[in-house]
Design a protein around this ligand. Structure first.
Ligand SMILES: *[C@@H]1O[C@H](CO)[C@@H](O)[C@H](O)[C@H]1NC(C)=O
Ligand SMILES: *[C@@H]1O[C@H](CO)[C@@H](O)[C@H](O)[C@H]1NC(C)=O
Ligand SMILES: *[C@@H]1O[C@H](CO)[C@@H](O)[C@H](O)[C@H]1NC(C)=O
Ligand SMILES: *[C@@H]1O[C@H](CO)[C@@H](O)[C@H](O)[C@H]1NC(C)=O
Ligand SMILES: *[C@@H]1O[C@H](CO)[C@@H](O)[C@H](O)[C@H]1NC(C)=O
Ligand SMILES: *[C@@H]1O[C@H](CO)[C@@H](O)[C@H](O)[C@H]1NC(C)=O
Ligand SMILES: *[C@@H]1O[C@H](CO)[C@@H](O)[C@H](O)[C@H]1NC(C)=O
Length: 655
């Protein structure tokens, strides 16, 4: 009864299983099982219970079944299938009807399957195909079979093949595909037939890694391309770019161009002669020390990416040449970047500015440096060197909505707010800024602040006191105070933060006594993970009860009767608690590591004269070694509770 045993498919099938050929890969001989990924049921080979990461691996062809043949009607019974992944299988033959069956086959992955000729792909049932992935094969011509249905094709991926020449016939075969994204990365294109792209329209074309860019730009004459990717890779031995390289660009309509990692042979205004209709230009890591002054006609450019270059001073980008810019990225500059003065003042329309990771240092920031940016909404100055912030340091950009200063040491000059005028600011990241948190005016003027991150800053004496810098930001909804070495929080500390919905206090050293601070707040997502909470006294439990989700994982929780109120509360409120797998007892030693939700309590009450001395004798049952009765035997003064193991006698004061 051998014949039906077999590799239950090819890397992935959606809602399907099928038998193909035997394989030595054990993953291929297991039954299929269904897994939900993003609402789609995948049937994948392998034992049930594979984690999501593994499912993704399947999708990317990590499991190779050594499939060589795909027979007639393999998918006949799988009408719902919309994706077939055959990645990584050394295909020798696909039958004419091997892909029939699925009603709406949209995505076909034939990456790394050894294909050298497109005639190999059976054309039956591909009418709905939207993406065809043919990367890492031995294809030299993109000439699709005559009757290949391309009307719905949106993505055609030929990366890392052996395509060196593109003819008019090749491109005409794609005529019916509108808005196509075509990927030729990793093929060294050495020739394009003149006129091949005449009047053609593409969503995106990628020619990354081609050595002679003039060949490409000439070849694309009269085409219309939304996004043209001409970057190069670390290991390509490409030629330096000159203004002649870009001549072809004058004869085509391109909206966005990427030239990352290229070398330019002298950068003069004429280099940009054919760039004037561009809306986006990406010159990441293009070994630039500056851009020439006198560039003309770049009035359409909206987005300029100059990250990972080597500017000494921001004025070297000659920003005035790009007066319509809305987005400017100068992040990860390879040298210490001096912001200079007024370098961006002509960029009146700038909305987004990213200067992160650029070694920027300034003692009096930022009004001279960021002069005249009335429309700036997003400013990223994270991961820089110390910045001295003057009073109203961002006066020149009053419309800021997001300001990221994370990991930049801030020296606030006056005892005033450097953010005073930022009435529209909604997100402020001050994590790891070495803030002086005792400055109660620090956040004054932030009338609409919703999201504040102060992670990794320190508070005096490890305590947030009654009067503190948060009092002026009453519109806060999200507050991150993790890793601030906090020992305590005053019970009034958050009283003005009535709109808060998310409070992260994880990775501090708070104890149960600080729970009071949450009593003015309701419906919070409250993260108290990795603190020093051992016991939460009963009178502080209501402050937790009124929150919606609480994370108490990784605290040294006490599972003795001293904490019985809390443990009882915990079990009654499990639906509100996240991370309960990691919410475990630290004490007593025999219960160390036991999940709080599994602990069963039976706490007795001493009757040794004075009932109020009860707590000394509280203990926990079932104890791994003791039963109530054996405990009672050892401690004569203890009276075991009426037999039940889950019962507990409340404090006399609470009766
Ligand atoms: C073209 O495709 C892109 C993404 O592939 C999509 O965002 C855009 O809306 C499409 N344009 C048209 C006109 O279909
Ligand atoms: C581009 O279009 C122009 C005007 O329609 C035409 O004269 C020229 O021959 C075309 N170029 C190519 C390479 O087809
Ligand atoms: C690049 O191709 C063009 C033809 O489009 C040719 O004139 C030029 O010499 C080539 N460059 C090099 C360095 O081979
Ligand atoms: C700011 O830049 C840093 C580093 O480039 C990045 O990690 C962070 O996400 C950026 N901030 C925002 C709000 O996008
Ligand atoms: C700062 O916080 C914002 C908002 O949470 C976030 O988008 C950004 O990535 C953070 N910045 C860094 C450097 O982590
Ligand atoms: C709290 O939220 C409400 C509703 O969104 C809003 O009307 C109110 O102004 C907010 N309070 C503060 C102090 O921002
Ligand atoms: C609880 O909080 C910790 C620390 O922030 C986090 O690592 C963990 O993922 C959270 N647990 C859940 C279930 O989200």
């Amino acid at each position: 009864m051998a014949p039906r045993v077999g590799c239950f498919l090819l890397a992935v099938l959606i809602s399907a299983s099928c038998e193909v050929i035997t394989s030595s890969n054990p993953m291929c001989t297991e039954d299929f099982h269904a897994i939900q990924v993003a609402g789609v049921t995948l049937s994948i080979p392998g034992p049930p219970g594979l984690p999501y990461a593994t499912v993704r691996d399947f999708l990317f062809g990590e499991v190779r079944c050594q499939i060589n043949w795909v027979r007639e009607d393999t998918f006949q019974n799988h009408h719902q299938l919309n994706t077939i992944v055959l990645t990584g299988n050394p295909l020798i033959f696909m039958a004419e009807t091997s892909l029939t069956g699925p009603k709406l086959l949209k995505h076909l992955f034939l990456t790394q399957t050894g294909i050298s000729n497109l005639e190999f792909i059976p054309v039956h049932n591909l009418e709905n195909l939207e993406s065809l992935h043919l990367g890492s094969n031995h294809i030299s011509s993109i000439n699709l079979p005559e009757n290949f249905p391309t009307q719905n094709l949106k993505v055609l991926d030929f990366q890392n093949n052996a395509i060196h020449y593109i003819s008019s016939k090749d491109i005409n075969g794609l005529e019916q595909a509108t808005n196509l994204s075509l990927n030729f990365n990793g093929n060294d294109i050495k020739g394009i037939e003149p006129g091949a792209f005449n009047s053609k329209i593409f969503q995106s074309l990628k020619f990354g890694g081609s050595l002679n860019l003039s060949v490409i730009l000439k070849g694309l004459q009269n085409s219309t391309i939304q996004s043209l990717w001409l970057g190069t890779f670390e290991d390509t031995d490409d030629q330096d770019l000159t203004s002649a390289t870009f001549e072809g660009l004058c004869d085509m309509a391109v909206e966005s161009i990427n030239l990352q990692k290229h070398h330019f042979d002298g950068f003069s205004p004429s280099t940009f002669r054919c760039f004037t209709r561009l809306q986006e230009l990406d010159l990441t890591a293009a070994h630039l020390k500056g851009l020439p002054s006198g560039i003309e006609g770049m009035n359409s450019l909206k987005k300029l990416v100059l990250s990972a270059n080597s500017f000494d001073q921001l004025c070297q980008i000659n920003a005035a040449s790009f007066p319509s810019l809305t987005d400017l990225y100068v992040k990860g500059n390879m040298k210490k970047l001096d912001l200079g003065a007024r370098c961006l003042e002509k960029l009146e329309n700038l909305q987004k500015l990213d200067l992160s990771h650029s070694d920027i240092e300034a003692s009096d920031c930022c009004n001279l440096q960021l002069k005249n940016l009335p429309h700036l909404q997003y400013l990223n100055l994270s991961y820089n060197e110390p910045l001295g912030l003057e009073d109203q340091a961002f006066k020149e950009c009053p419309r800021l909505e997001l300001l990221d200063l994370a990991f930049t040491h801030l020296l606030v000059k006056a005892a005033q707010s450097p953010f005073q005028n930022l009435h529209l600011l909604r997100v402020l990241n001050l994590s790891h800024c070495l803030l002086d948190t005792s400055n109660r005016h620090l956040l004054e003027g932030l009338l609409d602040l919703r999201h504040l991150n102060v992670q990794g800053n320190h508070f005096q004496d490890g305590s947030i006191s009654k009067t503190n810098l948060l009092q002026t930001v009453s519109s806060l909804e999200i507050l991150i105070l993790s890793s601030c070495d906090l020992l305590s929080i005053d019970q009034q500390a958050f009283h003005s933060l009535g709109n808060m919905s998310h409070l992260d206090l994880s990775h501090n050293s708070l104890t149960g006594d600080s729970m009071d601070a949450f009593s003015p707040l309701k419906g919070l997502y409250l993260n108290l993970a990795a603190n020093n909470i051992r016991i939460i006294p009963p009178h502080l439990l209501p402050a937790l009860s009124q929150q919606s989700t609480i994370n108490l994982s990784h605290n040294p929780l006490d599972c003795t009767c001293s904490n019985i109120h809390f443990i009882t509360w915990y079990k009654e409120n499990l639906h509100k608690l996240e991370g309960s797998e990691e919410t475990v007892c630290a004490n007593p030693p025999p219960l160390r590591g036991v999940k709080l939700s599994d602990v069963k309590l039976s706490c007795g009450l001493t009757v040794s004269g004075n009932r109020k001395k009860y707590s000394r004798f509280y203990t926990l049952f079932p104890h791994p070694h003791l039963t109530p009765n054996s405990w009672a035997q050892r401690h004569p003064s203890f009276k075991a509770k009426r037999g039940g193991t889950d019962e507990w006698v409340p404090k006399p004061s609470e009766r």
